[in-house]
Write a protein that binds this ligand. Structure first.
Ligand SMILES: [Cu+2]
Length: 550
């Protein structure tokens, strides 16, 4: 276990803003899953456009988009019903390409960048790529301005990998020409060790809630099953590079003679490198907490807003897409690495649970430090064991053994019980609101306002929400109490509105862990804290249905 977000608040430098803005004002918007487009044939375009930053800047960028409608959107439980779109000009990151192991993948790229940008291309590291069309470049076949090139390869092995420009990488990747490709396994194991069976993707999880996974396991290995998944692509931007590109592209466009050089006609200085924007999935905090496909971010459709229920196995797909390493820290627990660049890390020693297969041998990481171009798959796990309070919010009522949950005073007409299994958890009934509760903490109440002026709930005195920039309150943690959202009212008695609230903050009550870069400069936006590479993992009780449809 690691520091929680409130302990960070005790670092004096971080005190004034982090505790107020980052913890208490989380916009209760929809989570993320791993949205993408399905193949195995893709028609992409490279185009220029503008992306939005939390400081109000619109940054000139280049990215990949869809040349026409894709064959479909994933995950299947969401599909296009979420308002999923793939822009016909560009998005950052590029569309997440979702294919199956063994697929013959074809990606046709049309170069619609400004002519002065010269040629462009895509590399698919980890695959044996054949090309048709285009002209020879330094690393692969390239598409000239207005031209096309097709890359074909077999998706030989499952896993998460990056794709990115193979042309003038110091400029084109910086400008935004990168994305992810996810290969789903073909031989999903039928079951793995109890208590988390590898259940097939269906309309509902065993607890009755909606299944948002792309697949039942990450690899063809019984220890890679999971319950929920997220993809996080880390990148940074130096606006000075983007400003040079914007100005020179405009000058070239009005110069008369069209640039026909494969190397383009721009002279952009990419060193020294001074990034000011630090992004997860193309957005900086707090924008990354808004829903996928939110209209505010026409060219940044993917968010970074993870949720989970206690006891779930959460698959994290993490890619370094920029020039720098980023020490991404998942508070709440370490991350067990499964694979790097689609290579499952195995030990030849026998797994005691699966003696017929090699055992997982990936490291347990405190920070999943991104490396440029490198992809990692890992499992995050959290149960609340040993916290000494009841994460489910049960409190004692009357009889010594009777506890209630604000939303589940009784479950199917009976009190919410916690009968421990051999490991101390309540796993007898996957439909119970306290499935996977750590029973020794059952009914251990939140501390009741030992100081401060709170009228109910937790021990923290809430600031006037009108002094905060945006967002509704996020309540329900051990610190804020179960009703922080509805207590967070201004002088007019109203909770301030936030941008796009998909899940009513008055109904969501859980525990928030900051997930962020451990390079403090990278949790700023253009030198202003908080911002940058920061998000919150919200651990919600089972009684709260997690809606990842947006
Ligand atoms: Cu941290």
């Amino acid at each position: 276990m690691s520091l929680n977000v409130y302990k960070l608040c005790f670092i004096p430098r971080l005190l004034p803003l982090l505790c107020a803005a980052a913890v208490l004002t989380i916009t209760a918007s929809a989570p993320a899953a791993v949205p993408g487009i399905t193949g195995p044939t893709f028609n992409l375009v490279a185009h220029d456009g503008y992306i939005s930053e939390p400081d109000g800047a619109m940054v000139y960028s280049w990215g990949y988009g869809c040349n026409g409608s894709p064959s479909g959107f994933a995950p299947a439980s969401i599909g296009a019903s979420s308002g999923a779109v793939c822009p016909t000009d560009m998005q950052i990151p590029g569309p997440t390409l979702i294919v199956h192991e063994g697929d013959s993948v074809s990606v046709t790229l049309t170069n619609s960048l400004p002519a002065s940008a010269g040629n462009t291309s895509i590399l698919f590291p980890g695959f044996q790529v054949t090309t048709s069309g285009g002209s020879a470049g330094l690393m692969t076949q390239e598409a000239a301005a207005g031209g096309t090139v097709t890359y074909t390869f077999t998706a030989t092995t499952p896993g998460t990998r990056s794709y990115y420009s193979g042309t003038q990488g110091d400029l084109q990747i910086e400008m935004g020409l990168y994305g992810a490709i996810i290969v789903l396994p073909n031989n999903v194991p039928s079951s793995n060790v109890s208590p988390s069976p590898c259940h097939a993707v269906s309309a509902a999880l065993p607890d009755g809630q909606v299944d948002y996974r792309l697949a039942a396991s990450a690899y063809d290995h019984p220890d890679t099953c999971y319950d929920r998944e997220y993809l996080f692509q880390f990148s940074e931007m130096d606006p000075n590079i983007h400003h040079q590109a914007e100005q020179q592209v405009q000058v070239a466009a009005t110069a008369g003679a069209k640039c026909t050089s494969p190397a383009g006609c721009l002279n952009i200085v990419t060193e020294n490198y001074h990034p000011a924007y630090f992004m997860i999935n193309g957005r900086s905090m707090p924008d990354d907490m808004d829903p996928n496909y939110a209209y505010e971010y026409a060219h940044q459709p993917y968010n970074g807003n993870p949720h989970m229920h206690p006891g779930e196995l959460v698959l994290l797909r993490v890619i370094g897409q920029g020039r720098w390493q980023h020490p991404f820290h998942e508070h709440g627990n370490h991350v067990r690495i499964l694979a790097r660049d689609g290579n499952l890390i195995l030990s030849p020693s026998a797994d005691p649970y699966n003696p017929s297969v090699d055992a997982l041998a990936g490291p347990l990481l405190f920070t999943t430090t991104t490396t440029p171009g490198l992809a990692m798959d890992g499992i995050f796990y959290w149960t609340g064991r040993g916290l000494n309070w009841d994460v489910y919010g049960h409190s004692k009522t009357g009889a010594a053994s009777v506890y209630t949950d604000a939303k589940f005073p009784a479950y199917l007409g009976k009190p919410v019980v916690c009968t421990p299994d051999a490991n101390g958890y309540y796993t007898a009934d996957p439909h119970a609101p306290n499935y996977y509760e750590w029973c020794p903490d059952h009914g251990v109440a939140l501390e009741k306002h030992p100081f401060g002026t709170v009228a109910n709930g937790g021990p923290v005195t809430l600031p006037d929400p009108n002094v905060l920039t945006n967002g509704a309150w996020y309540g329900g943690s051990v610190y804020l109490g179960p009703d922080a959202t509805v207590r967070a009212t201004g002088p007019d008695g109203v909770t301030p509105p936030s941008g796009t609230i998909a899940n009513s903050p008055t109904q969501e009550a859980g525990f928030a862990y900051m997930w962020h870069s451990h390079n403090e400069r990278e949790i700023t936006t253009n030198n202003i804290f908080p911002g940058g590479m920061m998000m919150m993992m919200l651990v919600d009780p089972r009684s709260y249905p997690i809606d990842e449809s947006k």
